[in-house]
Design a protein around this ligand. Structure first.
Ligand SMILES: [Ca+2]
Length: 78
């Protein structure tokens, strides 16, 4: 095993925790997130949307996220 010294360098990837469904990155899932997602197909931009709100891995926020958010708010999701 190689010992590290002060002159060694290495790459470090830091991943920010994101809450799926949290469209406004407020730290919780609520109806505000649903409203934000509803605005997108209506053509109303929300510039600060949290792309980490994606729940299905398609790196987009849309209907699947809206359904997830509404189910979460209704207590149907843990
Ligand atoms: Ca939120």
């Amino acid at each position: 095993m190689k010992r590290l010294s002060a002159s060694d360098s290495f790459d470090l990837t830091v991943r920010e925790f994101v809450l799926p469904g949290d469209a406004d990155n407020s730290g919780e899932i609520d109806l505000t997130d649903a409203i934000i997602v509803l605005k997108l197909p209506a053509g109303i931009d929300f510039v600060d949307i949290n792309v980490g709100a994606d729940i299905d891995g398609y790196e987009q926020v849309g209907h699947p996220e809206l359904i997830y958010i509404l189910q979460y708010c209704a207590g149907l999701r843990p």
